[in-house]
Design a protein. Structure first.
Length: 226
């Protein structure tokens, strides 16, 4: 989003040509649609701001290729499902002419047939496309010229490892404490003996939670500063 100009730069400079026209498709783009407008009217109004020559048949054709067919194109956006709203937003996006497309998870909420149509449309596109996706089959079908893989920070891997270790250790300690509690109470022959056992169990719990909190803060510190 920084490269598209939607967010301020963290560092450096951003220089663009006068002819640059970036189209940005975000994951929550469907949420920005007017819920009280008919899908076809919304697409036509949006696209005609850039391309006044767009026809009803062309808009219906694109909507239909994305799964919004027949009377569905005449429904209000607010009556549609999340996936259908995403398709309407995508129709808006592909019909407006841009020379650079930036797409953030465009295959979300789309079935396999619609993803195939989207892939074919992007392959026929003559401009530059930048896509962020976790959908490996979609990426392979798109056949991009360059692929960059994001590798997590070392601290993140430590945190994930901590979550696994922490969960299993806590489960083990709690099981041991409950077994110890049952055995101690079962073998206590007097009220004084039972009270002593309870005190012993409380001490075990205190040490357990001290361990868990210390281990947690140490891992958080490693993730943040290492």
């Amino acid at each position: 989003m920084t490269h598209s100009g939607h967010l301020p730069l963290i560092d450096g400079t951003r220089r663009t040509a006068d002819s640059l026209d970036i189209g940005v498709f975000t994951q929550d783009l469907a949420q920005d649609l007017d819920m009280n407008v008919v899908a076809l009217d919304l697409v036509l109004d949006t696209v005609r701001r850039k391309d006044p020559t767009i026809s009803n048949e062309r808009a219906r054709s694109v909507l239909g290729s994305l799964g919004i067919t027949g009377s569905m194109a005449l429904q209000k956006i607010g009556t549609m499902s999340g996936g259908e709203k995403a398709r309407v937003a995508l129709a808006n996006f592909v019909l407006v002419p841009h020379n650079i497309l930036m797409l953030d998870e465009p295959s979300n909420h789309l079935d396999s047939a619609t993803v195939q149509v989207l892939t074919q449309a992007l392959q026929e596109y003559k401009g530059t496309i930048i896509v962020v996706t976790h959908n490996r089959p979609f990426c392979e079908q798109l056949q991009p010229t360059h692929v960059a893989t994001v590798v997590g920070e070392p601290g993140m891997y430590i945190y994930i490892l901590y979550m696994y270790v922490h969960t299993y250790i806590c489960m083990y300690i709690h099981i041991c404490v409950y077994i110890h509690m049952y055995v101690c109470i079962a073998h206590a022959r007097s009220d004084c003996g039972r009270r002593a056992r309870y005190v012993h169990i409380c001490i075990i719990y205190i040490y357990t939670y001290i361990y868990m909190y210390v281990f947690t803060y140490v891992c958080i510190y490693i993730c943040m500063y290492v």
